[in-house]
Design a protein. Structure first.
Length: 198
C-alpha cells in the first residue's frame, strides 16, 4: 500500500527517497568556439558580424564553428578538412588545408554564404644562438624542422644588398638548426638569417 505524501516517513530528495544516493552535476562554462554562426534572415552572422562576412584563416590551423542556425539554413564549409559539416546545430571542426587556396562557406539549401581567405602561417621566431668561424661558418639558430635557414652576409650595413652564403649542410636537432656554410671574404662581415619554409 502506498502512503499519501503527508504520511511518508522520509522527505524526497532528487526525486528519490531520502537515504538514496544522489548525484549532482556542476556545469562549467560553455566550450568557447572560435566562431559563433547564426542565421538572422537569409544570411549568416559570424561572431556578430554580417551579413556573410569574409573569414581570414591560417593554413594548417584548426578552428571550431559553433553553429546555431535555422533548420533550413545548414552551414557548410566547401573544403576538405571540415568535420561534422553541413549542420544547423552543433560544432564543426575545420582544419584549413595547407595549400595556397581560398574557400567558401554557404547554406547548402539556399546557396547564400561568404568567402574564406587563407593565409600562410607566420614564420617562427628565429634567433642566432651560436656562431663559430673557421674555414667555414658554423651557425646555430633556434627554429623548427619545417624551415630552412638561409644565411646572408653584407660588408656594408648602409647598403641594402645582402648576399647568400653557400650552405653546405643544414640540419635540425633538439630545437636548434645547425647550418654550415662557406666563409665570405673580408674582415668586417655582417651576417643575418632568412627563414624559408620547406
Amino acid at each position: 500500500m502506498r502512503l499519501p505524501n503527508r504520511e511518508r516517513p522520509y522527505p524526497r530528495l532528487c526525486g528519490l527517497w531520502a537515504g538514496a544516493v544522489c548525484s549532482f552535476i556542476t556545469v562549467g562554462p560553455a566550450f568557447a568556439a572560435d566562431f559563433s554562426v547564426t542565421s538572422p534572415g537569409s544570411s549568416y552572422s559570424i561572431n556578430g558580424q554580417g551579413p556573410n562576412p569574409t573569414l581570414t584563416l591560417v593554413r594548417g590551423r584548426t578552428y571550431t564553428f559553433a553553429v546555431n542556425t535555422a533548420f533550413n539554413h545548414p552551414f557548410r564549409i566547401n573544403s576538405t578538412g571540415a568535420t561534422n559539416n553541413n549542420i544547423s546545430s552543433g560544432t564543426i571542426t575545420y582544419t584549413v588545408p595547407t595549400n595556397a587556396a581560398n574557400y567558401a562557406y554557404q547554406c547548402s539549401v539556399h546557396g547564400f554564404g561568404g568567402n574564406i581567405n587563407t593565409i600562410a602561417p607566420p614564420p617562427p621566431s628565429i634567433q642566432i644562438v651560436g656562431l663559430s668561424l673557421g674555414t667555414n661558418i658554423l651557425l646555430r639558430s633556434t627554429g623548427t624542422n619545417t624551415w630552412n635557414m638561409l644565411p646572408e652576409f653584407s660588408t656594408n650595413l648602409s647598403s641594402t644588398n645582402w648576399f647568400t652564403l653557400t650552405v653546405q649542410t643544414n640540419r635540425f636537432a633538439n630545437g636548434t638548426n645547425e647550418t654550415i656554410c662557406g666563409r665570405p671574404a673580408g674582415d668586417a662581415v655582417f651576417i643575418r638569417i632568412k627563414a624559408q619554409q620547406n
